[in-house]
Design a binder for this molecule. Structure first.
Ligand code: ADP
Ligand code: MG
Length: 682
C-alpha cells in the first residue's frame, strides 16, 4: 500500500510533465488527488433502446455495427466517418469527425455500448461523436456515473479520473475523524465510503450522500477549531473598564450616531465592563460608520489607562484612518500613532519606542503592528478592520501582544446572520444595518452592448465635470474562450481608441502590493480620470471624487461582490452612478441583476446571494482570511452547516481535550485547516 503523503509521480502514467499540470491545481500528493473532488457528474447509467432515445438527451444504448465504417476526406484537417448501427427497435447513423480511433475500433457485426444524444433533421435521426465501449470492457465512459473534475490546460477529465481511481486503489483514503455516534445521529457516511463514493458513485443519491459527508466533515473541523479557540479564551479575565462615559466623544462628533451605531457601541461597552475579554464582530455595510464604532471602543479603552490598536489591510487605509481619527480624538487628549511598513526606519523606531513606553495611546497601522519589533506598554484593545483580509491566526498574533486584550473585528461584507454565526462561530456579532441619514443613493443601471457609445459619453461627462470613474473588468488578462473583458486590454483600448485625451490608469491583483497602493493613492489624489481595475478595488480607499462605477460583464460577479464594488462610489457629495454591462441573455441572470439595480440594502442582497448561489460563495476565495474549503465549490446547504456546527460544539465540550485517537486526529486536522488559511492570505 502507498501512503497519502506519497507524491503522485508514483502513479502509472504520471511523469514529470503530467505532475506539473497536476501541480497547477495544487495536487502534489495522493491525498491532494483523493481530495480533488468532482464539481459535478454526468449520469450515464440509463440504458435505452434506440427507439427510446430522445432528441438532445444523451443516454446509453446497446447496438450492433451494421456496415464497415466509411471515411470521407473532406479537406485537410476534416475527415468524416459514418457508420450504421441498429438494435431490435431501430437503426441509427453515427457520424464521427476526425476520429481515427472510431474507425479502427468499430467492427462490422459486433455490439457496443454507445453514449450520445440524437439530433433530428429531415433525413432522420443522426448522432454525432458518441463515445463507445466494447461490451466486455470495464465501464469507464458508459454505463456509469461519470465524475466531472475541475481541470487545467493539458489535463483531460479522463486522465484525471484515471489518476484518482488509481490512487484510491493503492492507498487508503484519509482516516475517520467523525465519531460513530455523530455519524449515526446525522445519517453520515463513514469516511472510507464517502471518499470512494464521491469519485465513483453507484447512484446519484450516493454521490449526494458522499458530498454531504465531506461538507459535514469540513465544517465539523472548522467549527471545532473555532470552539477550541473560544474555550481557550474562556478561562481568561480582563480588568473591567469602569469608565465608560462617552459624552465628551459624542459631543465632539459633527453628527448624531445612528440607532445601529448606538446599539453596537452599547454592546461593546457592556463587553468591556464584564471582566472577560471581548470577542466581537461588527458587521456593517460600506458606509454604515464602522470607524466611529471603533473610535468609541478605543476611546473607552484609553480612558481606562489602556492602549488600543487598529489594524487595517493597506497602508493608504491606515493613513486615511490615522488622519480622520486624529482630527477627532487628538483634541480629546488621545495620543495617536501611525505605523506602516513603508515608513522610514527612523520613524518606525520612534513610534515603536513611544508604543513601548506608553507615549502613544492608540496605534493605527498595517501588518507592521504584528512584527516582533512592535511591543506595547499595556495593550487592552485590538481592532481589526476589514476582517476578511486577516487570518484567524493574525488576529491572535496581535492579541498576543497584550495580556488577553479585548478583540473587535469589523467586516464590510454583509453576511446573512445565519451564516455569520457559522463563519464567525467564535465571535459575538453586532450588526450595523442602517446607514447615516442623508446618504445619496447610487443610481444603478443595467445595459447591454448597444449602449456602449452612451456609456462612453457618460464617462466623458463625469470627467468633464471634474469627477473620476472606475471601470471594473472580471479578468486581468485576455481569455478568448471566456469572451469577457480583461482589465489590461480594456485599459489599453480606452486609452488609445476611446479616450486618448484622458488619463487612464490600470490596477489589478497580479501587481505587487506596493505597486497597487501607489496606483490607488495616485488615483485618490486625482492623478487619473479613469481607473480600470479588477475586483482588487473592492475593499479600501475612499475616493470621494469618484462618481461613476462601470462594471463590465456584471453577470460574472456575485451580487454581494457587485454591492462591494458599488460601494466605492457615492462617498462624496456629488450624485453617483453605477452601470452594469452584460451580454448574458439568460432570464434568471438578467432578473438577478435588475433586482440588484433596485436595492441598496447589503444584507438583503447577501440573503439573495445565499438563496441563489448557496453559502459556498461566502466561503470562496474572496473571504481569504478564512480557511479554504475544498468542498465549498460544490454547492452546500445551510442545514448541513448548522448540523456540523452543533455536533462539533457538543463534541468539543465533551471530548475536546481527550487523548483518544479521534480527538488527536481531529486536532491535527484543525491545525492543517487553519494553517492553510494563513497560507492563502495577502
Ligand atoms: P464604513 O462602515 O464603511 O467603515 P465609515 O466609518 O468610513 O464607514 O463612515 C463613512 C462616512 O460616514 C464617514 O465619512 C463618516 O464620517 C460618516 N459617518 C459615520 N457615522 C455617521 C453618522 N452617524 N451620521 C453621519 N455621518 C456619519
Ligand atoms: Mg471602513
Amino acid at each position: 500500500m502507498a501512503k497519502l503523503t506519497d507524491p503522485i509521480t508514483i502513479l502509472k502514467g504520471v511523469g514529470p510533465t503530467k505532475a506539473k499540470q497536476f501541480a497547477q491545481l495544487n495536487i502534489h500528493t495522493l491525498q491532494d488527488l483523493i481530495c480533488h473532488f468532482p464539481r459535478g457528474y454526468e449520469d450515464r447509467t440509463r440504458l435505452l433502446t434506440i427507439s427510446q432515445l430522445e432528441v438532445d438527451k444523451p443516454a446509453c444504448f446497446k447496438a450492433m455495427v451494421m456496415n464497415h465504417p466509411r471515411t470521407n476526406h473532406i479537406r485537410k484537417g476534416l475527415d468524416i466517418t459514418k457508420v450504421q448501427v441498429a438494435d431490435h427497435t431501430a437503426r441509427l447513423t453515427l457520424t464521427f469527425f476526425n476520429n481515427k480511433y472510431a474507425l479502427e475500433q468499430l467492427q462490422y457485426g459486433r455490439e457496443y455500448i454507445f453514449y450520445g444524444a440524437v439530433s433530428g433533421d429531415f433525413i432522420g435521426y443522426n448522432m454525432t461523436n458518441p463515445v463507445f465501449e466494447a461490451l466486455d470492457s470495464a465501464p469507464v465512459t458508459t454505463r456509469r456515473i461519470l465524475p466531472i473534475y475541475p481541470l487545467t490546460a493539458g489535463l483531460s477529465n479522463a486522465a484525471m479520473g484515471k489518476a484518482v481511481r488509481q490512487a484510491l486503489s493503492i492507498c487508503d483514503p484519509p482516516e475517520e475523524i467523525l465519531p460513530e455516534a455523530i455519524r449515526k445521529q446525522y445519517g453520515i457516511l463513514p469516511a472510507q465510503r464517502a471518499y470512494f463514493a464521491i469519485h465513483e458513485p453507484a447512484t446519484m443519491a450516493e454521490a449526494e450522500m458522499a458530498r454531504k459527508r465531506l461538507i459535514f466533515e469540513e465544517f465539523f473541523v472548522f467549527s471545532a477549531g473555532l470552539s477550541l479557540m473560544r474555550s481557550a479564551r474562556s478561562g481568561k479575565t480582563a480588568p473591567p473598564y469602569r469608565n465608560r462615559d462617552l459624552r465628551p466623544l459624542l459631543a465632539a462628533l459633527p453628527f448624531a450616531l445612528t440607532g445601529a451605531q448606538n446599539r453596537a457601541i452599547a454592546e461593546i461597552l457592556e463587553d468591556l465592563g464584564k471582566g472577560v475579554p471581548m470577542n466581537r464582530l461588527v458587521q456593517g455595510d460600506v458606509g454604515s460608520g464602522k470607524t466611529m464604532v471603533a473610535a468609541a471602543a478605543a476611546y473607552c479603552a484609553v480612558n481606562n489607562q489602556k492602549q488600543a490598536a487598529l489594524m487595517v489591510p493597506t497602508e493608504i487605509l491606515a493613513e486615511q484612518h490615522f488622519h480622520s481619527l486624529s482630527r477627532l480624538l487628538t483634541p480629546l487628549g488621545l495620543r495617536l500613532g501611525l505605523l506602516t511598513g513603508s515608513m522610514k526606519d527612523k520613524e518606525k523606531k520612534e513610534v515603536r519606542a513611544a508604543l513601548a513606553d506608553g507615549q502613544i495611546d492608540f496605534a493605527i497601522g498595517t501588518h507592521a503592528l504584528l512584527s516582533d519589533a512592535t511591543v506595547f506598554h499595556d495593550l487592552g484593545l485590538v481592532i481589526a478592520d476589514e476582517q476578511h483580509r486577516f487570518g484567524v491566526a493574525q488576529r491572535s498574533r496581535l492579541s498576543a501582544k497584550g495580556s488577553d486584550p479585548h478583540l473587535l473585528v469589523m467586516s464590510a461584507t454583509p453576511i446573512p446572520r445565519t451564516l455569520a454565526l457559522i463563519m464567525y462561530g467564535d465571535l459575538d456579532v453586532s450588526v450595523l444595518d442602517e446607514l447615516p441619514p442623508g446618504r445619496q443613493q447610487v443610481d444603478t443601471f443595467l445595459v447591454n452592448e448597444s449602449y456602449r457609445a452612451r456609456i462612453n459619453a457618460f464617462i466623458r461627462k463625469q470627467v468633464a465635470e471634474g469627477h473620476q470613474c472606475f471601470v471594473v473588468c472580471p479578468a486581468v488578462e485576455e481569455n478568448e474562450e471566456l469572451n469577457i473583458k480583461s482589465a489590461q486590454l480594456w485599459a489599453e483600448t480606452l486609452q488609445t481608441a476611446v479616450f486618448p485625451d484622458l488619463r487612464v490608469a490600470l490596477i489589478h491583483g497580479q501587481m505587487k502590493g506596493s505597486e497597487k497602493e501607489g496606483i490607488m493613492a495616485s488615483f485618490a489624489r486625482g492623478e487619473a480620470d479613469i481607473l480600470v481595475a479588477t475586483t482588487v478595488i473592492e475593499v479600501g480607499v475612499d475616493v470621494p471624487n469618484a462618481t461613476l462605477m462601470v462594471i463590465e460583464d456584471a453577470d460574472r460577479f456575485g451580487l454581494s461582490q457587485l454591492h462591494q464594488l458599488r460601494g466605492r462610489v457615492g462617498r462624496g457629495s456629488a450624485k453617483s452612478y453605477c452601470i452594469l454591462t452584460s451580454h448574458n441573455r439568460s432570464g434568471d441572470t438578467l432578473q438577478r441583476l435588475k433586482a440588484f439595480c433596485q436595492t441598496t440594502d447589503g444584507f438583503r442582497i447577501a440573503e439573495e446571494d445565499l438563496k441563489m448561489r448557496g453559502p459556498g460563495d461566502f466561503f470562496g476565495s474572496r473571504q481569504s482570511g478564512l480557511p479554504v474549503f475544498r468542498v465549498a465549490d460544490l454547492s452546500m446547504d445551510l442545514q448541513t452547516l448548522k448540523d456540523a456546527q452543533t455536533a462539533s460544539a457538543r463534541w468539543i465540550d465533551a471530548e475536546g481535550s481527550s487523548d483518544s485517537p479521534e480527538a488527536r486526529a481531529l486536532r491535527s486536522r484543525i491545525g492543517t485547516l487553519f494553517q492553510r488559511a494563513e497560507g492563502t492570505m495577502n
